[in-house]
Ligand binder design. Structure first.
Ligand code: SF4
Length: 96
């Protein structure tokens, strides 16, 4: 895909979303913030509905432990970090 094609796609997407979310999306596609990329992806996935992201039940999604607006299951406070022991469930490869 050409640079113009990519820019056109991004501009179209930017215009299609609620204005409130554009700044985060822009930071994400500029490549300046991984946190913004994660947030923008979850917002997009939930059709720009913050509560939907907060209550996302797709625990098998690789982004789930990191999604914005999530509350800690026991304290009810918003998480700043993924819950310990849940973000890194990689298996040791055979022989490794
Ligand atoms: S964690 Fe939930 S809201 Fe975020 S991308 Fe995955 S499924 Fe979508």
């Amino acid at each position: 895909m050409t640079t113009d094609g990519i820019a056109g796609l991004r501009l179209a997407r930017l215009k299609s979303m609620p204005e409130l979310y554009r700044k985060t999306y822009q930071r994400a596609i500029d490549g300046t913030s991984k946190a913004a990329a994660l947030k923008a992806k979850c917002q997009d996935c939930c059709n720009w509905q913050r509560k939907e992201v907060e209550h996302c039940a797709a625990a098998d999604c690789p982004l789930w432990p990191y999604r914005p607006y999530a509350k800690h299951p026991t304290t009810g406070k918003r998480r700043r970090k993924p819950p310990s022991g849940k973000a890194d469930n990689r298996q040791t490869p055979p022989g490794g």
